[in-house]
Design a protein around this ligand. Structure first.
Ligand code: ZN
Ligand code: ZN
Ligand code: FE
Length: 345
């Protein structure tokens, strides 16, 4: 099988949903958790590996090309295809942000200053990749834990510089734009004001950022990190805001690890404006965290009603889960150095 048929690498249009699928035949050959399966496995993200050796010793955060990119700057040209079976070029760039030379850890095990440098790399890559003519969206995210399919444990995030705006962002942009046209102000600024007035779902806040379990959360312990200032992307943040975002992100992952007093898997995504040259002044940067457990030993699965229909059931009461998270936040903050804000409101 391997090496015989040329691998297919292209975008395919799903006309039912009106969205692209990235077909990357070569990614099927990715190793699955090689650390556990291969004798003599050497972590590619540790100092001294073939992939990191050009950085020498003494680095703290580095950006590497993804070895199994779903999108490539030299992706093959494809025939567009018919109206029904449309194809597109899988143009883009996939990178890995190795957040620390240490093989184990999480965002909250990095020092505050170190975490601020990680945020700065995210901001720099957003700007650099977003300025490429074929990049319409820079998707920055972090997956943690084998429950959600992470194949390498060394702390890292990923960046997909994409040739289209992904559907979640399209949906948010549509709603933010409509709200702005109807109310003359930003949807997130309005939601944040309301969350701060209620206070019940605020888990943590510092001078520049607020962490809430949103009123409309879909996942039991979903958390959103909102900048108080109306900005569209990470590269608009001041140095002081970068430091406070780093603080908020550390507190979130520390809170998750204290919730059930064990390492929890999570997904972190940065939602920022597209880089296709459009005017997105109505949009508002935020970071979302989803965490698949609903209780200590029970996973919440996205199954029939969620995957098949797109409707989520929230198993529990958001205000009660927020209280649990606030309690975990207080324990987490006790164990962290250099915390800039406080739990709750
Ligand atoms: Zn490593
Ligand atoms: Zn806003
Ligand atoms: Fe969002």
């Amino acid at each position: 099988m391997e090496g015989t048929a040329p691998s297919i690498h292209e975008l395919r249009w799903n006309p039912f949903l009106g969205q692209w699928v990235i077909v990357a035949g070569h990614r099927g050959r990715r190793p699955w958790r090689p650390e556990e399966r291969e004798k003599g496995f050497r972590c590619p993200f540790c100092p001294g590996s073939p992939e990191t050796e050009r950085f020498g010793d003494g680095w703290d955060v580095i950006v590497l090309p993804n070895r199994f990119p779903a999108l490539k700057p030299d992706a093959p040209e494809v025939a567009r295809g018919g109206d029904l079976f449309r194809r597109g070029r899988a143009l883009g760039i996939c990178e890995v942000v190795v957040e620390t030379p240490e093989h184990e850890g999480d965002l909250h095990t990095l020092s505050l200053e170190h975490m601020a440098r990680v945020v700065r790399v995210f901001a720099d890559e957003y700007r650099r990749l977003g300025s490429l003519p074929y990049v319409k969206y820079v998707a920055e995210f972090r997956n943690k834990g084998k429950e959600i399919g992470v194949s390498l444990t060394h702390p890292h995030s990923q960046i997909y510089a994409m040739p289209f705006i992904p559907p979640r962002i399209e949906a948010e942009l549509g709603n933010f734009k409509r709200f702005f046209e109807e109310h003359g102000e930003c949807l997130l600024c309005s939601v944040l004001r309301e969350e701060l007035r209620d206070g019940e779902r605020v888990v943590y806040s510092n001078r520049h950022f607020v962490v809430v379990l949103p009123f409309f959360a879909m996942w039991p312990y979903e958390l959103h990190v909102y900048p108080r200032r109306h900005v569209q992307s990470l590269d608009q943040l001041s140095d002081d805001e970068v430091l406070h975002l780093a603080d908020a992100l550390r507190v979130v992952t520390a809170t998750y690890s204290r919730l059930f007093d064990r390492d929890l898997p999570y997904i972190m995504v940065v939602h920022q404006a597209p880089t296709d040259g459009g005017d997105y002044g109505y949009y508002h940067l935020h970071v979302e965290f989803y965490q698949p457990y609903r209780e200590r030993d029970k996973m919440k699965y996205a199954a029939g009603i969620e995957w098949g229909f797109g409707t989520f059931t929230y198993d529990g009461v958001p205000e009660e889960k927020a209280e649990e998270l606030r309690a975990a936040c207080r324990r987490a903050v006790e164990g962290l150095d250099a915390v800039l804000g406080s739990c709750g409101y």
